[in-house]
Design a protein around this ligand. Structure first.
Ligand code: ATP
Length: 283
């Protein structure tokens, strides 16, 4: 038996940090949406009771450290499943980029195995299980566009953003979320206007959306990696309407209303940056 799942990347339209919790995690408030840049997950039933992961990437392990492996393992243990699976991952989402690549793979494995093994586990149970593996996994179970709060486990659906293009530029560095969160000074944050961002989504107002995006982690990553700031300036100079870093970076994205302009910006950014993509918002 074989099953395929699309695992789309996410971008943060906003990322705010409210406070630090006694358990060491932060309470966040984020608006996230999915984009049409995706990994492909293939699940093959195995006779033996084992989990195998294969993928071709220098940066991602193919053993029990892989988040896709952890997801399959957690599902098997929680629901006492003694079947095996071979997970093939075709990676297109850049790694350690702030685009949730590992989390979306894990979520796709949970969705896919739920179907392949006919478990009929409701989405919210899959999301709770995902939360035990990684904070961004609950959002990736539902996808679309949502307000994400708590540690990442509370998800409230939001309207899809107006149809638009996203140009993504990732410099040739990886950024660890843990390092960026550790350097965050909670009393010195300039918080994004999340309420205004939500209004723009409800009103399907592209201009207001572009004016309301914001990410409290941006200044930390920019201070550590000045090239991220230079890419942000280039993206703005190239004419993108709203420009922001996604997650803890280093990927900078630009929102653009029309395909022809997105293509122009994509071509322009390719001269400056290692990896550039132009894709649609799925939201
Ligand atoms: P985070 O915010 O958690 O850092 P990210 O989107 O910036 O997420 P990812 O692409 O998810 O970054 O990679 C983060 C780390 O997770 C890397 O060190 C990578 O080796 C590891 N990892 C484990 N499994 C996967 C996977 N299936 N795909 C990508 N990375 C994975």
């Amino acid at each position: 038996m074989v099953c395929f799942e699309k695992a789309p990347a996410k971008i943060n339209l906003s990322l705010d940090v409210l406070d630090k919790r006694p358990d060491g995690y932060h309470n966040v408030e984020m608006v996230m949406t999915t984009i049409d840049l995706a990994d492909r997950i293939e699940l093959y039933a195995l006779e033996e009771d084992q989990i195998k992961v294969s993928l071709w990437s220098r940066y991602v392990p193919n053993d029990e450290r892989n988040l896709a492996y952890k997801a399959a393992d957690a599902l098997k243990k929680a629901y006492r499943i003694t079947k095996g699976v071979h997970i093939r991952i075709e990676k297109s989402i850049p790694v350690s980029a702030g685009l949730g690549g590992g989390s979306t793979d894990a979520a796709a494995v949970l969705r896919g195995l739920n179907r392949m093994w006919s478990l009929e586990i409701p989405e919210d149970e899959l999301a709770s299980l995902g939360a035990t593996i990684g904070s961004d996994i609950p959002f990736c179970i539902y996808g679309k566009t949502a307000m994400v709060t708590g540690r990442g486990e509370r998800i409230e659906p939001l309207p899809t953003p107006p149809p638009c293009w996203v140009v993504l530029a990732k410099p040739n560095i990886g950024v660890s979320s843990r390092t960026i969160f550790q350097q965050l000074e909670l009393d010195q944050l300039t918080h994004p206007n999340t309420a205004r961002l939500m209004e723009s989504l409800h009103a399907h107002d592209f201009t207001k959306l572009c004016q309301s995006i914001g990410n409290v982690l941006e200044h930390v990553t920019l201070a550590l990696h000045p090239e991220v700031g230079r890419i942000k300036d280039k993206m703005r100079d190239a004419g993108a309407n709203g420009v922001l870093m996604s997650g803890s970076g280093p990927t900078i994205y630009g929102l653009v209303e029309h395909e022809s302009k997105a293509q122009r910006i994509y071509n322009g950014m390719r001269g400056f940056c290692h990896e550039v993509y132009a894709v649609r918002i799925l939201g």
